[in-house]
Write a protein that binds this ligand. Structure first.
Ligand code: SIN
Ligand code: CO
Length: 381
């Protein structure tokens, strides 16, 4: 199991002084780190339709980017290009093993593990990200420069590449296998491979109020909520026809605020919205479906593993009724299953002992076997 080694500082120190605040290099954050996937396997994944990938290179000094799937890489030559593959934790359990060491940050903030394979001189160019990233260096060496937050101009170096102007470095390092570079949102950075190299980026993304409101609008439409029309009995005589006066403005805001103040509605929305994945999951449905009894028996022999990238959350507000949110859907198992729901959402691997109470509940046992049949959880063999 991979263990994060913060050497000079504690997790508390990291969270208080660096997280979301400033970049830092963690030398040998993963001791004896070896690539969790080979360059060939990564290149193979980028040939698949469902996998998001892009290849970035320069042609006659001009930045170019092509999106996958790719058929071959021969035309790109031996240097100056980078292959970036998104959400590799969804496709490779070995890569998904890079996520648990970062469990000091909740899963709802986690985005994905992006991997890049770069040839000498390859990089994606100077840019600014909107997410926190732990760039874990695999094989080979990469030169990284990170600038300070500031008013950096951004421009499209290519239709698919948002770059930033050259910047002064506050960090200028060569990362070696096992080193980690943490970069919060807003800090310009640029990595250039010094030789063939792999880097594994564990990304965390916060949503904007705009993302949340647009998701909330979809939620209330889907669930047919918030349909009551504004009503104003007892309205005083209005003096100025064109005016939305302070009293009316307060009433308009209160209508919307009523939705935001509805904790049960907001808990359902937040849980479901945040448990949706951005990239496809590798769901391998069972050829021979198990019924609840078969599933419980198999679980006595082997643990169930959560498929990479599957998002499972509960909200304090509603977990007391056994509510959880799995891949964008809400499930309610009742107050007696509160502890089971917590176990289900808090662990990547589930044993019979952990699910014992839940398995005695026919509805939970049925739902768990439905999830296993659909590939959301799987038995290793
Ligand atoms: C890379 O790994 O090449 C790009 C990672 C990044 O800068 O976000
Ligand atoms: Co970046």
């Amino acid at each position: 199991m991979l263990k994060l080694n913060l050497a000079d500082f504690s997790l508390e120190h990291f969270m208080a002084h660096y997280w979301q605040q400033k970049p830092v290099v963690i030398r040998q954050g993963f001791e004896h780190f070896a690539d969790l996937i080979s360059p060939n396997e990564l290149a193979g994944l980028a040939c698949e339709e469902e996998v998001e990938s892009r290849l970035v290179y320069k042609d006659a000094g001009q930045w170019q980017a092509e999106v996958g799937p790719f058929e071959s890489y021969a035309r790109f030559g031996d240097e100056g290009w980078t292959l970036v593959v998104q959400a590799v934790n969804h496709w490779s359990p070995e890569v998904a093993a890079l996520v648990p060491p970062f469990s000091f940050i909740p899963k709802w903030r986690f985005d994905d593990v992006m991997i890049s394979y770069a040839t000498p001189g390859g990089g994606v160019g100077p840019h600014i990200d909107l997410y926190d990233v732990f760039i874990c260096q695999g094989s080979g060496r990469r030169h990284w420069r990170v600038g300070d937050r500031g008013d950096h101009r951004q421009f499209a170096a290519h239709a698919a590449l948002l770059h930033t102007d050259p910047f002064e470095a506050i960090i200028d390092v060569e990362l070696l296998p096992g080193d980690i570079l943490y970069i919060p949102p807003g800090f310009p950075h640029d990595g250039v491979s010094l030789e063939k190299s792999m880097s594994f980026s564990v990304g965390f993304r916060g949503k904007s109020a705009c993302d949340m409101l647009s998701g909330l609008a979809d939620h209330v439409i889907d669930k047919e909520l918030g349909k009551a029309l504004l009503s104003d009995p007892g309205r005083p005589i209005h003096q100025h026809q064109g005016q939305i006066n302070a009293r009316d403005f307060a009433m308009i805001k209160a209508q919307l605020q009523g939705l935001l103040d509805n904790d049960a509605l907001m808990a359902d929305f937040a849980g479901s919205f945040l448990s949706r994945t951005k990239c496809a999951l590798d769901l391998q449905a069972l050829e021979e479906p198990l019924d609840a009894a078969d599933m419980a028996n198999t679980l006595r022999e082997q643990d169930l593993l959560r498929t990479g990238g599957l998002r499972c959350f509960y909200v304090d507000e509603t977990v007391t009724q056994g509510v959880c949110h799995i891949d964008g859907e809400r499930f309610e198992f009742g107050a007696a299953l509160q502890a089971t729901v917590r176990v289900l959402c808090d662990n990547d691997s589930l044993s019979h002992a952990m699910l014992k109470t839940g398995l005695q509940d026919p509805e939970f046992a049925r739902q768990l076997s439905a999830w296993v049949n659909a590939g959301y959880w799987y038995f290793q063999d």
